[in-house]
Design a protein around this ligand. Structure first.
Ligand code: HEC
Length: 104
């Protein structure tokens, strides 16, 4: 992972991403978990294993999942703006990299 650069540093507001996550995602993904499908969490390991294309383009893979949903997860493309989807994606990616510590 050395040398990997986050592709949208100027666009993504992580603090706002955290608020969007609390309001739209944490009902199912509290603390980066998954209350519906226990193994499909938002941990780096689970994303790497279960989310299509996460290993080739992590950001695009999360954006795609948030926009379109999958299975029991609703689509957010009509609920969140492109900017909001980018911000919440940046938040999820950062937390996955950090290991979803609770004290933040
Ligand atoms: C109603 C519950 C629900 C809500 C709300 C929800 N999700 Fe999900 N999410 C799921 C379920 C269920 C899956 C597993 C889908 C599958 O693969 O069948 C999932 C999977 C994911 C994954 C892939 C995880 C993996 O290990 O494969 C990501 C990333 C994700 N959600 C992000 C989000 C984000 C960001 C939000 C808020 C914008 C959100 N989700 C809101 C239920 C939800």
């Amino acid at each position: 992972m050395l040398g990997f650069a986050f592709p949208y540093p100027a666009l993504a507001d992580i603090d706002n991403g955290a608020k969007i996550f609390t309001n739209n995602c944490s009902s199912c993904h509290l603390g980066g978990g998954n209350i519906l499908i226990a193994n499909k969490t938002l941990s780096k390991e689970a994303l790497s294993q279960y989310l299509d294309n996460y290993n080739t383009d992590s950001i695009e893979a999360i954006i795609h999942q948030v926009k379109n949903g999958k299975g029991a997860m609703p689509a957010f493309k009509n609920k969140l703006s492109e900017q909001e989807i980018l911000e919440v994606t940046a938040y999820v990616f950062q937390k996955a990299e950090q290991g979803w510590q609770e004290n933040s």
